[in-house]
Write a protein that binds this ligand. Structure first.
Ligand code: NAP
Length: 283
């Protein structure tokens, strides 16, 4: 690897490029005292807010992006300015065969940038929306959703287990759509339902290591998600508001703090739970 213009660049791999590095002390081979969270899809939307709120709690962050390296770099800079370490890595969360290489990369970053070989929290957040009635859902669209929202979550978690500290935690991001049903979301919502089940199994299997696993299920949130529909489509925005106890769609800032809380000792007795954060959507 080489450092150039304050950036850490790993040659000989098309899988990812580490776009930046943590703090001025990052080259020092010091034992990292902070806890470290890996947040997938931390470049924008909910994942960005999670990364920022985790950092506010004194947790260092490795965040991933898929295509928006520019946005990821902004998040890294913001975290650094607040005094925590942060690194951004490229990851396509649906390319399961690339996870082995990705995890080796994470190990390298942990060693070189954080002075450790384990991390503490995995936040499976990366994802995209898909809207189609059952009759029009193609096998290709189904497989894309499956790979990113369920199979990818399953096998990325499996890969990270070997470097997850005892006493750490996993948070899987589901959706209110796994509880209530809205036409056009069948495949997406089914994948989210699957990770809710997966979270409970993680909780049971990892409990002996004092590793907690929970689901956070946001309601409709005004982000870029699904082409920014909740944020930009007035009809959808109004429909959500009308069916939400709090009278408005959610913002990314409504979610990140919940995930950050789950990564604190105050949440040490919460595991195997689904926490819905929807402002009371369809209650
Ligand atoms: N917004 C909502 O209404 C809502 C409601 C319930 C649940 N959720 C869930 O919350 C999570 C985040 O959604 P959001 O609203 O924050 O969406 P967003 O604003 O569109 O951000 C999506 C994030 O995921 C990354 N990403 C997208 N596809 C990816 C892929 N194939 N591989 C790796 N990373 C990928 C993006 O990376 P780039 O920046 O590089 O593109 C970005 O960081 C998703 O799992 C979503 O299902 C969202």
């Amino acid at each position: 690897m080489i450092f150039a213009n304050n950036r850490l660049i790993y040659p000989n791999t098309s899988f990812y490029d580490a776009i930046t590095f943590a703090s001025n002390k990052s080259k020092e081979k010091m034992e990292n005292k902070n806890r470290i969270a890996l947040v997938t899809g931390g470049s924008r939307g909910l994942g960005k807010d999670m990364a920022l709120r985790l950092a506010e709690k004194g947790i260092d962050v490795i965040l991933t992006y898929n295509s928006r390296a520019d946005e990821a770099e902004k998040v890294v800079n913001q975290i650094q300015q607040g005094g925590q370490k942060a690194v951004a890595l490229q990851l396509n969360a649906g390319e399961i065969k690339s996870f082995g290489t990705f995890i080796e990369t994470v190990k390298g970053v942990l060693k070189d940038q954080f002075g450790t070989d384990h991390l503490d929290f995995l936040i499976n957040n990366a994802g995209f929306g898909h809207h189609a009635p059952i009759a029009q859902t193609t096998e290709e669209a189904f497989d894309d959703l499956m790979n990113v929202h369920f199979k990818g979550v399953y096998f990325l978690t499996q890969g990270i287990l070997s470097i997850l500290n005892n006493g750490g935690g996993i948070v899987n991001i589901s959706s209110g759509l796994a509880r209530f049903s809205m036409p056009g979301a069948s495949a997406y919502a089914a994948m989210k339902g699957a990770i809710e089940v997966f979270s409970r199994y993680l909780a049971r299997e990892l409990g002996p290591k004092q590793i907690r696993a929970n689901t956070v299920a946001p309601g409709a949130i005004a982000t870029d998600f699904n082409g920014g529909t909740v944020r930009d489509n007035q009809q959808v925005n109004q429909m959500v508001s009308n069916n939400t106890a709090m009278g408005r769609p959610g913002e990314a800032e409504d979610i990140g703090g919940i995930v950050a809380f789950l990564c604190t000792d105050d949440a040490r007795w919460i595991t195997g739970q689904r926490i819905e954060a929807s402002g009371g959507m369809f209650v």
